[in-house]
Structure formats: C-alpha cells, structure tokens
Design a binder for this molecule. Structure first.
Ligand code: PLP
Length: 390
C-alpha cells in the first residue's frame, strides 16, 4: 500500500463493537479482566492488552500502530507533548557520567533541557557545530550516549549531514536521535540515513489545526534497550503518555497529513520566492530556496519539500514589532504548522529568557521573524506582509 492509503485504511488495533469507522475514543482509565490469572498475565507482559491508561490505551495504541506502519519503525510511543517525547527519549539513553553531543541551534526548550535540566543530573552537554564533522569527532567519546539534532533547526534552518554524523556516533556505540518536527515522516526516510530514533512534536503537522499537544518517539529498533526503558520504565514512572482525546485528533490529522503538508510546503516555497524582492525585507531564509546554504543537502536527505517554516529579517527589532502589530491575516502566535499562518519574533519570545550573548551564540537574531506558513492563498499572505511592512 502507498503511504497515503495506509494513513487512511490501517485497521484499528481493537475493532469497535459497533463498527464505527473513525477510531473510537477510549476515554477510560481502567480495564476489567475476566480473571486474576489474565490480570497477572497482562501486568507481567505475558499477554498484550491495556491495563491502565497512563501506560496503554487503545486509541493511543491505534495512532502508534499507524505511525509504525507508515515509517517501518520497530516501536512508536506517543507522549503528551513534543517536549515530553524529547525528554523521555534523552533520559532513556542518558545517565550520570554520560554526555549528549548536540548543537546550540535547537528549539529553545530542547536547548534548555540539554544544557540546564539534564546537566543537573550529571549528564554533560557537549554543544558544538554539527555541520563541522572534525569538530564533532573531538566531542564524541566512549561516554557519549547520543548525538541529538533537529533535521532543520528551528529557527536557524541549519541542516547537518546525517549519514556522516551517524557514522561517527555509531563508531562509539552510541545512537543518532533526530527531531524531525519540521519535515514530517511521510516525506522522509531518516532510518536509511542512519538515524536510530526519530522524535517529533505531533502538536505541529499531525494535529494540523492546533487542536492538541503531542509527541512521538519513532524507534527503528537498533538498540533494543531504548524501547525497554522507555515503555517498561519511563512511561510508568514519568506518566507522560498521550491522552486518548489527543490521539483521536492526531489520528484524524494523520489521515490528511501528507496532503496538507505538501500544500503548506508549496505555499512556503512560493511565498519565500516572492518575499525575496519585497522592499523592507533584508533577508529571506528558507531551505527550499536554491540560494540557501543547505538547499542541496536538504534535498538529498529529505526529498523535494523543505517544510513550512521560513524566516525573514527586517532592519531592527522595532521594525519586527511594528510589522507584527500591523498584520491582519497572519496571526501573532507561537506554534508551527497550524493550518493558519503564524508569525513570531523568536528572540523576544521563545528565546526571550536567554541572555544576548547566548542568543548570539545560537544565531537567534533580534531582526528575525519566523513564519509558519498555512493553507491560505499565497496572494493573501503576500499582500498582508506587504501592507504590514509599510
Ligand atoms: N521540537 C521542535 C523543533 C519544536 O519546534 C517544538 C515546539 O515548537 C518542540 C520540539 C516542542 O514541541 P511541543 O510544543 O509539542 O512540546
């Protein structure tokens, strides 16, 4: 089956008693067992069945199974946000005395998780330039548990060579973990590039209309211990599993994901091209533009589409604020890949609590606006941007 057909037609894990066509929402906590032995068998993993919705729920399992079929992964685990998925996967590979090799070019909360939170538990953050392989080599050693990166960084739009990084990290018996939030798994085959575990915020493309938070860990099964720890230990102990209602909305989102994404990526491509000649914009960055530094590498690794996130730079922070205040169609809001177009000034919001020096090191500029491009007509977006620049 083609991926789009799979996204629509894979059966429920447990068929509904009434044959409902959309996946039923099991909003329950507990499950009753026929007898004590079955109950024991389920609790001790001798029989596969849900026992308690903090760790297993048929609606959530259904979403996990669909993503598993679409990606060919060995295990998929759904969490209640992208950050829950990222923190859980990092905690399942890291431990006291280990180090995580990553970059300063990361989503703000992920950077804070690696450089602040996990370091309090004895996990060293080794931040380096992941596009400089010689520098990466000097940071990876026998204590490295993973290289962690975003496939297209938010908001710097940096792309690293995944195959080369996988080779380096695998030599040391560690894993490559990639945040693939910016280009969905329906378009890519990250496993073939050496990625061991994919992690993403399903709040974004999957949820589509900004309906629900969620995160997915997509594990290609090369290090069996990871899934064991994630499913048998962390789901129980941290309690960050996806709620059934969110899984329902994201399953509906998954069914139209590829179609929506391709339209959003096409809109972004058209808008980025047009913005290059708009007066008042001093710089346009989009990986889909042929003149972008990482265009060729991104196409080689991720295929023809380049996501639905672009950035523009204006003359000053004040010019960015004026621009945001004058927008009429585009919303001033944080999130990515909503059906609507959203605009944000990352330096004063997502990265607002980092110092100026830290922001400089992260290449988060005071002059940058991030646009997450939605499904509106491109002409309308362009005219909104032009009027807001005047
Ligand atoms: N990863 C990336 C690249 C993101 O942009 C975000 C949020 O914007 C996250 C992770 C966190 O996702 P969530 O908001 O679902 O926790």
């Amino acid at each position: 089956m083609n991926k789009q057909t799979k996204a629509l037609h894979l059966p429920y894990v447990r068929p509904d008693a009434y044959g409902a066509l959309a996946v039923p929402v099991y909003n329950n906590v507990s499950y009753e067992f026929d007898d004590a032995q079955t109950m024991s068998d389920v609790f001790c993993n001798r029989i596969k069945a849900p026992d308690y919705s903090r760790v297993a729920n048929p609606t959530v399992t259904n979403l996990e199974q669909r993503v598993k079929a679409l990606t060919g992964a060995e295990h998929v685990t759904a969490f209640n946000s992208g950050m829950a998925a990222i923190s859980n996967i990092l905690m399942s590979v890291a431990g006291q005395g280990k180090n995580i090799v990553s970059s300063r070019h990361l989503f703000g909360n992920t950077l804070s998780l690696i450089s602040r939170t996990l370091s309090r538990y004895g996990v060293e953050a080794r931040l380096c330039d992941l596009t400089n392989l010689a520098e990466v080599e000097t940071h990876v050693d026998e204590k490295t548990c993973c290289i962690f990166l975003e496939i297209v960084t938010n908001p710097q739009l940096e792309v690293a060579d995944l195959k080369a990084l996988a080779e380096i990290v695998h030599k040391h018996g560690a894993v490559l973990i990639a945040d693939s939030t910016v280009i969905p798994f329906t378009e890519t085959n990250l496993s073939s590039l050496g990625v061991d575990v994919e992690v993403l915020s399903s709040t974004k493309y999957l949820s589509g209309g900004g309906t629900s938070l969620g995160g997915l860990v997509i594990d290609y099964g090369r290090s069996p211990e990871i899934n064991q720890r994630l499913k048998q230990e962390q789901l129980f102990n941290f309690g960050a599993y996806m709620p059934a209602q969110s899984a329902y909305m994201q399953t509906i989102g998954l069914e139209t994901l590829a179609v929506r994404y391709r339209q959003q990526a096409a809109n972004t491509q058209a808008l980025a091209g047009a913005l290059q000649s708009v007066k008042g914009i001093v710089r346009v960055d989009y990986v889909g533009l042929q003149n972008h530094k990482y265009h060729n590498l991104a196409q080689r690794q991720f295929g023809p589409t380049a996501g639905a996130m672009l950035t523009i730079d204006l003359e000053s922070q004040q010019a960015c604020f004026n621009f945001l205040n004058r927008l009429k169609i585009i919303h001033r809001a944080t999130n990515l890949f909503d059906n609507r177009t959203l605009a944000i000034h990352p330096a004063s919001t997502i990265f607002g609590l980092f110092s100026d020096d830290e922001k400089r090191k992260m290449d988060v500029r005071p002059t940058t606006i991030r646009l997450s491009v939605g499904l509106e007509a491109v002409e309308d977006l362009l005219s909104d941007i032009k009027q807001a620049l005047q």
